[in-house]
Design a protein around this ligand. Structure first.
Ligand code: HEC
Length: 199
């Protein structure tokens, strides 16, 4: 009797220790400290490191400039999937403005199939490229609108880190043609809907 009580206690304690150990492991795994500090990271000489985790951000729109409608090679081939950092998006919903520190990512992917069960069309193929736009009035105070633009290339493997582009290469076209503060919100229905809620 006593023996089985003792062994039950032993099993109980073992289970508790096991559960405590497991929850500790989960807590550590769920929050890697290096991911909590910054949305994006820069090298000591100011290059942007290739962003991680952006596919978990807010997906604001999809544009396609297929090669076959652009003389065989689009400037940004072909699908452009645009993501915005979640805190920046939350602020945008409240104010209709891009907060200081906003990060927008444009991920490129190829056209794969042109026909599927749903009909003829352009169906996403493989990831091919990555661009970023960052608004930061301290770090990029000399850039028009405080927006800096980065490209990690249009072919895998992408660059691990990259310098910002000169304003004439990227910023200028955004300044001239984008609807809201250098951002092409006219093509992102999710941003238009969010801006409407801010009013
Ligand atoms: C000739 C005009 C033009 C130039 C030059 C240009 N872009 Fe854009 N960019 C656009 C348009 C239009 C969009 C809207 C969505 C799309 O087509 O991808 C866009 C969207 C973006 C986005 C998504 C966020 C936003 O602002 O709408 C990023 C990031 C971006 N471009 C990066 C770059 C980078 C990096 C360069 C320079 C290498 C660059 N762009 C040069 C026209 C341009």
């Amino acid at each position: 009797m006593l023996g089985s009580f003792r062994s039950n206690v032993a099993v109980g304690i073992a289970a508790l220790v096991g559960i405590a150990g497991l929850s500790y492991v989960l807590a550590v795994k769920a929050e890697p400290p290096e991911r909590q500090t910054a949305l994006v990271e820069f090298t000591a000489d100011g290059k942007l490191k290739q962003p991680v985790d952006y596919r978990k951000w807010v997906y604001v729109g999809e544009v396609i400039t297929p090669n076959d409608m652009n003389g065989g090679e689009a400037t940004f081939p072909e699908f452009h999937s645009v993501y915005m950092d979640p805190e920046g998006f939350a602020q945008y919903e409240k104010t209709g403005k891009f907060r200081d520190g906003t990060v927008l990512i444009k991920e490129l992917s190829s056209v794969g199939a042109k026909e599927a069960a749903s009909g003829m069309g352009y169906f996403q193929g493989e990831f091919t490229g990555l661009e970023a736009a960052i608004k930061d009035s301290k770090r990029f105070k000399d850039e028009p609108g405080s927006w800096a633009y980065f490209s990690f290339g249009h072919k895998y493997p992408l660059k691990a880190e990259t310098s910002k582009n000169v304003a004439s290469a990227c910023n200028q076209c955004h300044q001239d043609s984008a609807k809201t503060d250098w951002v092409f919100s006219q093509y992102y229905p999710v941003l238009r809907a969010a801006a409407a809620r801010s009013k």
